[in-house]
Design a binder for this molecule. Sequence first.
Ligand code: GDP
Ligand code: MN
Length: 377
Amino acid sequence: MDLYEHQARELFAEHGIVVPRAEVTDSSKEAREIARRLGGRVVVKAQVKTGGRGKAGGVKLAADPAAAELTARQILGMDIKGHTVGTVMLAEPVDIGAEFYVSYVLDRAAGRFLAIASAEGGMEIEEVAATRPEAVARVPVDPAEGVTSAKAAEIAEAAGLPPQTVDVLVRLWEVLVREDALLVEVNPLVRTAQGHILALDGKVTLDDNAQFRQARWGADGTGHDDALEAAAAAKGLNYVKLDGEVGVIGNGAGLVMSTLDVVAGCGARPANFLDIGGGASAQVMADGLSVILSDPDVKSVLVNVFGGITACDAVADGIVRALDTVRLTKPLVVRLDGNNAARGRAILDGHAHPLVQQATTMDGAAERAARLAAATA
Ligand code: GDP
Ligand code: MN
């Protein structure tokens, strides 16, 4: 689970990393009050779980409380890379001398952590890495040894960071370990004109497997960022939201993943992963369909089932009964094969829903769903 900037900085502060004074609100009126408390001039920052807010107009300086109210009103409700801004943080402005980049990230392939650091912070690190790879230092960190002062000095030296950042590098590692994070990133870490080191932005990704001891985060306690994922989790569904327009339901994780590939191979993009497993009940089908249909990006839905222990007639039955409770608003392509496929297809034919079509092969079904999605786009 990703944390919001204001949550990340709360963790930083608890571990002794200095952050500017700031407060969070969802009201532009209150933004004015906060600006007054912080001394008038403030930076207004959109709180969304994505980077590049500055470029998107989600980070703005306001000269006084009245301007802060106006700016907060502009930023609240703004869409940044598909995230709607619900809250803003108002922070005391900092007089920036230099901007650095520091992060620790899990390197799964190497079975270690990686410290990434650069004296060229502020902009997106991917950009720096692409144009000036020599400006980005990568230092492996053994998880058992961690970041000692010596290790931190090595990282700072490799990246060309000033010695005052060593203390922050050690503390940032403590944040990662104590808070069960897979990623901690500060961009920019700044040296102020007065020579102080401050974390001006923060990104923290927590390990969902440690949710049981990090109950403090996640308003709904599920650890799901996406509203649809939260709704699906509440219904016990194995659902992952993706960015495309073809909704996908299948039985078995392997089959569903292949289905995503085949949909992509047809030039469309899957809208989700949803594995109904061995269950073919009308309830599971109805729950799955209702979650998928409430995704505004979905233009068509593909049900791909290979009948095994759960036979196709049971699945067809589940679909027909699900359609009694869920109003189908988008075309649905069903491919049934395997155990009792003929009986299953006959059940759907008999139901003759105008928005339901059948296909006999996985490729044919994916092609049809992709074409229907393109036609309604
Ligand atoms: P991001 O675009 O989502 O990474 O948001 P950041 O919080 O990193 O802000 C983007 C940029 O705005 C930073 O790199 C800074 O250059 C600038 N910025 C943010 N806060 C301040 C501040 O207090 N003072 C100054 N001068 N610039 C700031
Ligand atoms: Mn940033």
